[in-house]
Design a protein around this ligand. Structure first.
Ligand SMILES: [Zn+2]
Ligand SMILES: [Zn+2]
Length: 192
């Protein structure tokens, strides 16, 4: 008798995760399922989801009632790596010592990126998740070494506000698409 493949079976070697999605504090399950699916489909990045971890100690900036994105990224970077890229997701408000708030933050050409749902909520959940996906893809683009792009609708454009984020396509311009594909391919070959 042949058993059907179990849904939770570990991925085969050729789909080894290149991104680990790590929720910091409680995050809507649908949110990281949607991000994981889009990273796979739109960027060719197999993604594993991880159990929730608490916010790192010392990351809370009481005077601003916000978490420090830089401290969170440092703490994620110190974890034992499970994949080439680590994307933290939080529902909490995050900022940096310089910026009053950020949608996301990342290490340029590094391993760690962070996205926050806090400033992305829209009237409809679909729009909220689309925004989250855009910011996730943008920040992962930075970890792959891409800088900001001047093409108005490219996802590597730096959105100054939520309206600009909404104005961006869920896609990269031709030249960013090429660069991302090249770098993802290199990551995938290193992972084997
Ligand atoms: Zn950016
Ligand atoms: Zn571009």
């Amino acid at each position: 008798m042949t058993l059907p493949p179990h849904q939770d079976a570990p991925p085969a070697d050729d789909t080894r995760a290149l991104v680990e999605l790590v929720p910091l504090g409680p995050v809507n399950l649908l949110a990281y399922q949607v991000v994981a699916a889009n990273l796979q489909t739109l960027m060719g990045l197999p993604t594993d989801t991880y159990p929730i971890i608490p916010m790192p100690e010392g990351a809370y900036m009481a005077a601003r009632r916000q978490y420090d994105a830089v401290r969170i990224i440092q703490s994620l970077a110190a974890r034992q790596p499970g994949a080439a890229i680590c994307l933290g997701i939080t529902a909490a408000d995050v900022g940096t010592p310089i910026l009053t708030y950020v949608f996301g933050e990342s290490q340029l050409g590094g391993r760690v990126a962070l996205v926050s749902l806090y400033r992305l909520s829209a009237e409809g959940e679909e729009q909220t998740l689309k925004r989250l996906t855009k910011v996730s893809m943008h920040e992962i683009g930075h970890t792959l070494g891409l800088g900001h792009c001047w093409e108005p609708h490219c996802l590597m454009r730096s959105p100054r506000n939520i309206e600009q984020l909404d104005d961006m396509e869920l896609d990269f311009c031709e030249s960013c698409t090429y660069e991302i594909a090249r770098r993802v391919h290199r990551l995938a070959s290193q992972a084997h």
